[in-house]
Design a protein around this ligand. Structure first.
Ligand code: FAD
Length: 413
């Protein structure tokens, strides 16, 4: 049994804490915000997208990215900055924009996705699905151009949960798409995907953690720097004083980069800012039952409880959480156009979050140059999806066990 400090109470830190407790360790959880789950885990797209894991980096993406920047509904915004992180990350991202790199990462993420699906099921007795609006909704990716639809349907996928639908079938299965059916080429439906409220998941899990017999307690404080001696971390300086443990898990989302720097570790993560809109669904509204992804515009639509959640956009603008009025207006226009009757758009709550993204879209889980410091970071656009899987991999590693698959592409190396 080890005493372990987990830094960060987002979905990744909380799942890490739970898995470590269950494996027999004594865990302390450090969170600087007054409440858990209020960082990037707060109002995300809610997708538990175990099979739709395509890394952002792919052949052809650099050219598409240039086009997106000049489109009215472009999903990408790039603001060049005097920031070495931005340029280094961009260079590494471009190096990953290759067919073979994309294929390798996709393979790894599919393995992680399956592990995460099973791990989430394992958690059901502890965090009941109803407590966080979990729904086995299935996912429909719709395509507006023939080229993109043909490229997607020609990809080999033997999954028995996958179906290819025409535009008319998309609208028949998902009436919320009726108004745009004429603009669609078709869609790919996957019945195996789910949707849920990530923040509610965090809150319920935090309650279970609090009552776990081995839980040492929550510390409300800001981790400031690691203290080290040789190849060991000997303490963590925080606003609540110096904390000491046998091991430390860094899972502080985007802030992990700054903290790791205090131990001379350079983390290849960059904040990819995204937005969400949440609108109440009134009786009579035609909200989607199936979770929908508008492929070309990169907009996700999901019914989460009594609300419609829309998530979109990738803005490379540094650690800026401001709500950009122009981006929000563009997103609102697209949503009203695509699903005009899905919710009460006069009562929308906008939100922005920073996806802690690695250049190849794969999280980093595992060891560091310090024998007692572990990473669980860089979950980018799929942190809710992968959190249970990476927590179980991390716990295997801390226990000295081999994880169920090799971690090539998922480690700091
Ligand atoms: C618009 C948008 C849509 C998304 N949609 C989806 C989706 O549909 N499905 C999906 O799977 N993922 C989605 N994601 C990604 C997902 O939200 C993230 O990958 C995930 O929330 C990251 O979790 P985390 O715990 O690493 O980070 P966070 O949730 O940010 O948690 C980090 C925590 O660490 C704390 N912390 C930071 N620094 C310190 C410090 N110095 N001391 C103490 N505590 C500290 C923070 O306060 C925070 O609570 C989306 C993201 C965005 C932005």
């Amino acid at each position: 049994m080890q005493e372990i400090i987990v830094i960060g109470g987002g979905v990744v830190g909380l799942t890490s804490a739970w898995w470590l407790l269950e494996a027999g360790h004594k865990v302390t959880l450090l969170e600087r915000a007054p409440q858990v789950g209020t960082g990037t885990s707060y109002s995300n797209g809610g997708q538990l997208s175990y099979r739709y894991v395509s890394p952002l980096a792919d052949a052809g993406v650099p050219l598409k990215a240039l086009q997106w920047m000049f489109q009215e509904y472009g999903p990408l915004k790039f603001k060049p900055q005097f920031d070495a992180h931005q340029w280094r990350w961009l260079a590494a991202f471009l190096a990953n924009c290759r067919v073979d790199a994309n294929r390798q990462t996709t393979h790894k993420l599919l393995q992680l996705g399956e592990l995460s699906r099973r791990a989430m099921v394992q958690l059901e007795p502890v965090v009941p699905p109803a407590s966080f609006q979990w729904r086995d909704a299935g996912k429909l990716v719709v395509y507006r151009t023939r080229k993109a639809f043909e490229a997607a349907t020609s990809k080999s996928d033997s999954s028995s949960t996958r179906q290819v639908w025409s535009a008319a079938e998309c609208a028949a299965h998902e009436p919320a798409l009726a108004d745009v059916a004429g603009q669609l080429e078709g869609g790919i439906y996957n019945s195996g995907e789910a949707v849920a409220d990530c923040y509610e998941f965090c809150v319920t899990l935090a309650e279970r953690i609090a009552s776990h017999p081995r839980f040492a307690g929550y510390v409300h404080g800001d981790a400031q720097r690691f203290v080290s001696e040789g190849d060991r971390i000997t303490g963590l300086q925080t606003s609540a004083g110096l904390l000491k443990a046998d091991s430390y898990v860094l899972s502080a989302g985007m802030q992990s980069r700054t903290l790791a720097k205090t131990a001379d570790i350079s983390l290849p993560i960059y904040p990819l800012k995204g937005y969400s809109l949440t609108a109440p669904i009134r009786s009579g509204d035609v909200a989607p039952e199936i979770s929908v992804t508008d492929f070309e515009r990169k907009v996700l639509y999901a019914r989460i409880g009594g609300k419609l959640r829309v998530a979109a956009m990738v803005d490379m603008v540094g650690e800026d959480l401001s709500l950009d009025a122009r981006r929000l207006a563009s997103l609102t226009r697209q949503v009203r156009e695509t699903m005009p009757h899905a919710a009460d758009y006069n009562s929308v709550t906008p939100w922005a979050g920073l996806r802690p993204a690695t250049p190849n879209s794969a999280p980093i889980v595992g060891p560091t140059p310090y024998s007692n410091l572990w990473l669980n970071i860089g979950h980018g656009p799929l942190g809710f999806t992968f959190a249970c899987g990476t927590a179980s991999v991390l716990t295997d590693l801390v226990q000295g066990k081999a994880p169920p698959f090799t971690l090539e592409g998922l480690s700091l190396r």
